[in-house]
Write a protein that binds this ligand. Structure first.
Ligand code: DHB
Length: 497
């Protein structure tokens, strides 16, 4: 992101009402506009005043109220009849960032400062930038794969997280007349697992598939479709992600990844794990990559009039198409003055990126995961844990891995697996998908295959949705790194006719 100079962020509490979670037993789902704190922050020399409504439990019968709650922040101007930029109290879009990572439980976000390791100074996070630009911010927490109820049973297994996000959207719609901003312009944002959930929220609006879960939680009766989706590196389409990973990385035997330690509610990096695939893993890679062309070809994706397809070896127009996003990304980097001359996978002629050697690029990028990348044979992955049950920690979610399970793992029902996959809802007659999409996946991000976001973006485009898809150059796994551009896109879609 371009440097946003920030002076100290000061917070003053004006309201006598301290923020507190609404008691789950007396949760009427009516927004209480009197329970807020007034906050003053300074962003880039500009004073930002807002009201903070925190810890609002958004369902009548929460099973984990620490996560099933939402923070809502509203620019103070909207209580004084004023506008901020192009927005007023009745037209301001609602920015809906989730903080989900690793499919773990997530708490709502607060406006504040954030640092990236490569930056000398912290910068305002997305919520604070949103407020400074006149957006209402509503940040829902959501249950995750390790969530447990008071009796110790698992309560956050699939599809709990998406059900929670939908319940939060329903709360906003049911209270649209009481909360400044318009629930017809909800813009969801998330990164990685949170990007996947953002995309799923956008794809599956109002689908009856989730109704029983929403009813059981006592969610508000309202629509849950959203206006727009921002998704950074979505770890999505999980049932096809193993094959997609090996389609991309099958020739790469060495792997390296950050190892995470985790508690029930957080993950933290603990050094690198690296190694070389065993003969068994190489055999698995071959088997998995062979599955990908049939899946890809079954989608019937198009780029204009050109059909995107793969032959049995995984070569063809779809591979060239994926490489074209890397080429465009390199071109933008070159145009910004970056020196790319040392990169053997690029052919540069007269200031233009003439070609990308995709196989060499993938080797340079490096493999992060071992096959199967997502549905682990020992039920060891985050995704295995996502598909557990109230009693079982983890399950398989592909027949491929379940047949080869080394842990005697069960297979999650396909209906549950599909409820986590936006691809299943795009074009479905019973779902209303978001009109506007912004998807980013860095060219240095090996957490999932580049094919996964390309498939999502292309399917959306083919269905006629408004899609802004790019692969930021040399960007690793992460999100919110280009907030100026993100908000320029949000402003554009929110204000055009
Ligand atoms: C995330 C990253 C992964 O590699 C994965 O498999 C699941 C989730 C994440 O960062 O959220």
């Amino acid at each position: 992101m371009k440097s946003l100079r920030v002076s100290l962020c000061t917070v003053c509490v004006f309201s006598p009402f301290l923020s507190m979670a609404t008691s789950p037993t007396d949760n009427s789902l009516k927004f209480d506009s009197s329970r807020y704190q007034s906050v003053v922050a300074t962003v880039d020399g500009k004073t930002v005043r807002y009201r903070a409504y925190e810890g609002i439990v958004y369902v009548r019968k929460p099973v984990d109220p620490r996560c099933q709650c939402m923070n809502i922040f509203v620019p103070e101007e909207y209580f004084q009849g004023k506008s901020v930029g192009a927005f007023t109290a009745s037209t301001a879009p609602i920015f809906l960032p989730n903080q989900v990572g690793g499919y773990m439980p997530a708490m709502p976000i607060r406006p504040g400062m954030q640092s990236f390791p490569w930056e000398p100074y912290p910068h305002p996070n997305a919520a604070l930038v949103a407020l400074s630009k006149g957006y209402v911010v509503a940040s829902p927490g959501a249950r995750g794969r390790t969530s447990q109820g008071q009796d110790g049973t698992n309560v956050g297994k699939a599809p709990a997280a998406i059900v929670d996000l939908k319940a939060a959207v329903r709360y906003l719609r049911a209270n649209d007349a009481l909360i400044p901003g318009t629930a017809e312009k909800i813009i969801s944002n998330g990164t990685s697992a949170g990007g996947a959930l953002s995309a799923l929220l956008g794809a599956s609006g109002n689908s009856p598939d989730y109704e029983p879960y929403l009813q059981a939680l006592g969610a508000a009766s309202a629509r849950d479709d959203v206006f727009a989706v921002s998704a950074y590196c979505p770890i999505t389409n999980l049932e096809n992600a193993d094959a997609a990973y090996e389609w991309q990385f099958h020739g790469v035997a060495d792997y390296k990844r950050l190892q995470m330690v985790r508690d029930t509610s957080f993950q933290a990096p603990r050094g690198f794990v690296s190694g070389t695939l065993t003969e068994d893993q190489k055999a698995l890679s071959e088997e998995l990559r062979a599955l990908f062309p049939a899946y890809l070809n079954s989608l019937g994706l198009r780029d204009g009039n050109r059909t995107l397809a793969l032959d049995r070896d995984g070569n063809g127009s779809f591979k060239e198409y994926v490489a074209s996003f890397v080429r465009e990304s390199a071109q933008r980097a070159l145009d910004r003055g970056m020196d790319l001359s040392g990169l053997a996978f690029l052919t540069i002629q007269n200031g233009r990126i003439a070609a990308v050697d995709f196989d060499r690029y993938v080797r340079a990028m490096g493999r992060m995961k071992v096959p199967p990348a997502f549905d682990g044979l020992n039920l060891e992955t985050a995704e295995n844990e996502l598909f557990g049950t109230s009693a079982f920690r983890a399950r398989h979610f592909t027949a491929f891995s379940q047949r080869r399970s080394k842990a005697g793992g069960e297979l999650a029902p396909s209906a549950v697996v599909q409820r986590m996959n936006p691809m299943h809802y795009l074009g479905a007659p019973t779902a209303r998908s978001a009109k506007h999409w912004r998807i980013r996946h860095g060219t240095a991000d090996a957490d999932t295959s580049l094919a996964i976001p390309v498939i999502l973006a292309t399917k959306l485009r083919n269905l006629g949705y408004d899609v802004d898809f790019q692969m930021p150059w040399n960007q690793r796994h992460g999100g919110d790194y280009d907030l100026e551009e993100l908000f320029a896109w949000m402003d554009r879609i929110s204000t055009k006719g």
